[in-house]
Design a protein around this ligand. Structure first.
Ligand code: COI
Length: 357
């Protein structure tokens, strides 16, 4: 039994949800978890109805962005109950991000307990349809009121949830991606490995410009040489060249340590594939295409799971990947990860926590 107090809403939002048109992150469940830090420690937190939160105009995060977030999902299992996928990795990453922007560490076990309790309270919001899920969004931010540039004196952590369909309207259909040689998302020594608002703010203009040109997102190159590939949109990126999976390494601190990235690499290694976490240049990708060895390109992320790339444009040159069809490895990764998430495929890795709801 959890000791997190629950105040239930008397006006459910369930009727607002259009289950046939869920899209991503537009409906919010009835309740949220809130925990406050008073400058000394985090409190135990409480579950309360979703709704507006008063704040002062001087609230520091509005000005200086001292904020971090996470994204993970829960799935209705074919074996009953709800499967929470790799929540321990997300809890650890929240603290990794927090350390980078001076947000006090949150007890990871308590965070997991809060997520489980919230899912139990809002169980009716976990979608029933295969392919849909409950997206869980923890976030933490400085909640102090001041204008000096310094860390906050007090903090708030919130967990909210949202019933979702796939992130891209295209679903698993391959998307068009524009290689950005003008804008950068992250730099060495910067914030790239932290899930913090500034990284997403940095991505918006390039993303909007790409969309106007008919692309789903941009491919980010490193900010110094603009040769090496970092990420795609808000996802990690993988290439299959000559039967080898290649993905940029984590040790430069410019890319996010993606949970789906890790899941895909774990599976690919188990399938006996050659997996390389190494730097890869955009020229190497275009050369591989020229030589007929570029087999697949896809993004990995919690929201879309796997997002195949069908076309890449760089400096006015287009390359088509796998005739704009989903490649066999992208498909197998998607099927296997989703199968584990929905309880259809055995979880050999301890990735699932089943919640009895
Ligand atoms: C994900 O792939 O889960 C993301 O990070 C996208 C999210 C910010 C909506």
């Amino acid at each position: 039994m959890s000791n997190i107090p629950v105040t239930r809403t008397d006006k459910s939002r369930l009727g607002l949800v259009n289950w046939d048109k869920l899209s991503f992150g537009v409906y919010f469940s009835d309740h949220i978890f809130i925990s406050d830090h008073d400058g000394k420690s985090w409190d135990n937190g409480k579950i309360v109805p979703y709704g507006p939160m008063p704040m002062e105009p001087s609230m520091c995060t509005l000005h200086y962005g001292q904020t971090i977030f996470e994204g993970l999902k829960a799935f209705r299992s074919v074996n009953g109950g709800v499967n929470l996928f790799r929540a321990d990795k997300n809890a650890a990453r929240l603290n990794h991000s927090g350390a980078r922007v001076c947000i006090p560490e949150y007890d990871e076990k308590h965070l997991l307990e809060a997520m489980v309790e919230l899912i139990k309270v809002d169980r009716e919001f976990v979608p029933k349809k295969r392919g849909h899920s409950l997206y869980i969004r923890p976030l933490a931010y400085g909640n102090g009121n001041f204008l000096g540039v310094h860390v906050s004196d007090i903090y708030r952590l919130i967990i909210m949830t949202s019933p979702v369909a796939s992130y891209y309207p295209e679903g698993l259909a391959p998307v068009k991606i524009l290689v950005s040689s003008e804008y950068s998302r992250a730099v060495r020594g910067g914030l790239g490995s932290a899930k913090t608002a500034a990284n997403y703010a940095a991505s918006l203009l390039a993303g909007e410009k790409a969309k106007k040109l008919g692309y789903a997102q941009v491919l980010w190159l490193d900010a110094v040489t603009r040769d090496f590939i970092d990420e795609v949109g808000a996802m990690n990126i993988m290439f299959i060249i000559d039967d080898e999976i290649i993905t940029p390494p984590l040790d430069h601190g410019t890319i996010l340590d993606g949970v789906t990235r890790d899941s895909a690499l774990t599976l690919a290694r188990e399938w006996g594939m050659k997996v390389s976490e190494r730097q890869i240049t955009i020229d190497e990708v275009f050369d591989a295409h020229k030589h007929g060895t570029l087999q697949e390109v896809f993004g990995t992320g919690t929201a879309a799971v796997i997002s195949p790339v069908g076309l890449l444009t760089y400096r006015g040159l287009d390359i088509e990947i796998n005739q704009r069809q989903i490649g066999p490895i992208a498909q197998k990764l998607y099927d296997t990860i989703s199968g584990i998430q929905y309880g259809e495929i055995e979880d050999k890795y301890g990735w699932i926590v089943n919640i009895d709801v």
